[in-house]
Every structure is written in C-alpha cells, then in structure tokens.
Design a protein around this ligand. Structure first.
Ligand SMILES: Nc1ncnc2c1ncn2[C@@H]1O[C@H](COP(=O)(O)OP(=O)(O)O)[C@@H](O)[C@H]1O
Ligand SMILES: [Mg+2]
Length: 233
C-alpha cells in the first residue's frame, strides 16, 4: 500500500461576499502518494492555484483540512507552519523566480541561507544539487546567461536543496518549448522522483501528460475525475 503524502479533506475556499461570492474550491478531497507524480489539470479559473495554496500552507481554507504526511497543517501555529513549509515542501514556478543579481549557485543556496546554515557550507551543498541537474559548470554565472530550460533546472535544484519530500510544480513547462518541457519532466521522473518523494504538478500543458502517474481533473472548483495512467513513461 502506497503511503499517503498529501491528503485534502473537503476543502472549501470562497472569495467575496453576497452577489460577488465565488466558491473557488468546493469540497475537494483527494490523496496523493509518495512515489508518484500527481497532475492537477483543469481550465483557467477552475480552482487549481487556490487548491494548491491550501495544501501548501499559503491560504487558509474556509473549511476542510489538509494533511501533509499525517500533519494537519492548518492546526499548526504560524511559526510551526513556516518551518514545516521550509523543511517539507519545495516549489517550482512557471517563471523560475530566480534572483538576477545572485549567481546561479547562490540562487540554489537561498533556502539553506534562510534556514541560517553557514554560508560556505550552503554554497557547497548547493553545488552538489547543481551537479545533479547537470549545471555545475554554470554555477558562477548570473541566471540570465542560462537558457529557459537551464533556468528551470536551477529552480528545481533550489526546490530540492533543503531535501523536501513534497515537490510542487506550478505550470513548470508553460514558458518552455515542447521539447524542453518534456526533457524537464523526464528529468523529474527519472532523477527527482523516488519512493520517498511526492511530486504534484499543476498544468494545462497536455504535451507533458504522459509523465503523470495519475491525473486529477477540476472544473468549477470541483473534482470531475481522477485517472490512472497505465502507460506512464
Ligand atoms: N484572491 C482572490 N480574490 C477573488 N477571487 C479569486 C482570488 N483567487 C482566485 N479567485 C477566483 O477563484 C476562482 C479560481 O481561481 P484559481 O484558483 O486561480 O484558478 P486556476 O488556478 O485554476 O486558474 C476564479 O474564479 C478566480 O477568479
Ligand atoms: Mg492558476
């Protein structure tokens, strides 16, 4: 039996009041397991980002609960939640969010510096992760000197540097051409995913659906289907 990494129970989030009230996420429940790549797909406005924010400790739900590896994250204090996120969850965004004035290796080291690790030690650890993503020869360059695909690999190295077991990718290939997007997902599948990690990918890029173990579809704030990909590569 696979171990549950993320468990959403009856999550609800609405915005606005009266006439203007929108229920962005409407009683959504699902589980994602360690060892799988779980895709969350749906049209724009279907509630994907809102759901992601509630299961990663960014946005408090109106009702329902979110568990990460059996921790009820919304029962934690603000400080506990901040620590929990730093230690357990890594994020990769569409537009990389790299700092242009820092070198590539310094960008990767940021989560460790935030955790008050020693600077030299942090840089050394960051170098190790740059090696994993195949970019150690770019360490001293500013990120603008790297291609889009390379910058996304830097963002992946940074998401992994504090050894989180939950990796969340929000539209990771949206800024990349089809080939590069597939290469990134193939890299995630073969080099990043293991039985102790859970990778959650929000996307509407159907070019990368083949890399999903399971795909959850959302529409109007509700789950419409959860499909298992038998032919996952
Ligand atoms: N901060 C907010 N204030 C008001 N409405 C919001 C806010 N965030 C999202 N919404 C609304 O909630 C719905 C779902 O949005 P979102 O979760 O961003 O969808 P998706 O990520 O699937 O595009 C949309 O109707 C959106 O307009
Ligand atoms: Mg969104």
């Amino acid at each position: 039996m696979a171990k549950t990494a993320i468990s959403a129970k009856q999550l609800v989030k609405w915005f606005g009041e009266g006439e203007a009230k929108t229920t962005a996420v409407n009683e959504v429940s699902f589980e994602a397991y360690f060892g799988e790549i779980f895709f969350l797909v749906g049209p724009s406005g279907s509630g994907k980002t809102t759901l992601l924010s509630m299961i990663s400790g960014i946005l408090r739900p109106n009702s329902g609960s979110a568990f990460i590896d059996n921790t009820d994250i919304w029962s934690l204090s603000t400080d506990e939640l901040a620590d929990f996120r730093l230690n357990r969850i890594g994020f990769v965004f569409q537009d990389y969010h790299l700092f242009p004035r820092l070198s590539t290796v310094e960008n990767v080291a940021i989560p460790l510096i935030l955790k008050r690790h020693d600077w030299d030690e942090s840089i050394q650890t960051a170098m190790g992760f740059l090696e994993i993503v195949g970019l150690s020869d770019r360490a001293q360059l500013p990120p603008v000197n790297l291609s889009g695909g390379e910058q996304q690999r830097v963002a992946i190295a940074r998401a992994m540097v504090s050894q989180p077991d939950i990796l969340i990718f929000d539209e990771p290939t949206a800024s990349l051409d089809g080939d590069t997007g597939k290469k990134i997902m193939s890299f995630v599948k073969t080099k990043i995913l293991n039985e102790k990690r859970c990778v959650l990918v929000v996307t509407h890029d159907n070019r990368i659906f083949e890399f999903a173990d399971r795909i959850m579809k959302m529409e109007d704030g509700k789950v419409t289907a959860i499909e298992t990909q038998s032919s996952a590569t």
